[in-house]
Design a protein around this ligand. Structure first.
Ligand code: ATP
Ligand code: MG
Length: 211
């Protein structure tokens, strides 16, 4: 299954794509995670991306399109994949088509802006492995320690309230049109994000069982 998951920043894409990845045994490819690890590693890609991410803007299309092209060409993706955070603009969606990649379904996690702002304030992220938690909705077993790799959990630099508002603006202006793009192809499935992660997961799996 070739899937895309979309949604506002903090809608829960990363969490749900991990669940989908585990259930269907397909890799989850998160452009956000790839860019953050490049920043952490101080690579050329990281240097290019940092100022855009810190400002809540999109990293240039050409940069992320290259990343996706590279990942989709690997053997790991030959039986399916889920893209988390790509495509985020119409040119990115068109580039995916131009690569000849067939998409089976596009899940859109619907979460109102007000909820996003509240959620982001409690989010904690593992800088080492990228795992994501929430102090109320998805706490780690030990406070500030990653369940998966034991590294320290931090507040992502771009989860600051001012940056979150910029990210929401970017989402509405550049990413929401991508929903219409896939709706026109009959690929869009909208799922309402629930307060409990497990409830959203249930709706996501129900929706995917019909694909
Ligand atoms: P969340 O991960 O909680 O859903 P998000 O979608 O805003 O929130 P990421 O997907 O982790 O966060 O992306 C973080 C930042 O990385 C974005 O704000 C953007 O600057 C950059 N980025 C990630 N994917 C893309 C993309 N496909 N095109 C351009 N920029 C991207
Ligand atoms: Mg994410």
């Amino acid at each position: 299954m070739n899937l895309i998951i979309m949604g506002a920043p903090g809608a829960g894409k990363g969490t749900q794509s991990e669940n989908i990845s585990a259930k269907f045994n397909i890799p989850a490819i998160s452009t956000g995670d790839i860019l953050r690890s490049a920043i952490k590693g101080g690579t050329e890609l990281g240097k290019q991306a940092q100022s855009y991410i810190d400002a809540g803007k999109l990293v240039p299309d050409a940069v992320v399109i290259d990343i996706i092209k590279e990942h989709l060409a690997t053997d790991a993706c030959k039986n399916g994949f889920i893209l988390d955070g790509f495509p985020r603009s119409i040119p990115q969606a068109e580039a995916l088509d131009a690569m000849g990649v067939q998409i089976d379904a596009v899940l859109s996690l619907e979460v109102p802006d007000e909820t996003i702002v509240t959620r982001m304030s409690g989010r904690r992220t593992c800088l080492k492995c990228g795992a994501s938690y929430h102090v109320l909705y998805k706490p780690s077993a030990t406070a500030d320690v990653c369940d998966k790799c034991g590294a320290e959990l931090v507040i992502r630099a771009d989860d600051k309230p001012e940056t979150v508002l910029n990210r929401l603006n970017t989402f509405h202006s550049q990413t929401e049109p991508v929903k219409s793009y896939y709706a026109a192809k009959g690929k869009l499935i909208c799922v309402e994000g629930q307060e409990e992660v497990a409830d959203t997961t249930k709706l996501v799996f129900e929706a995917l069982s019909k694909v």
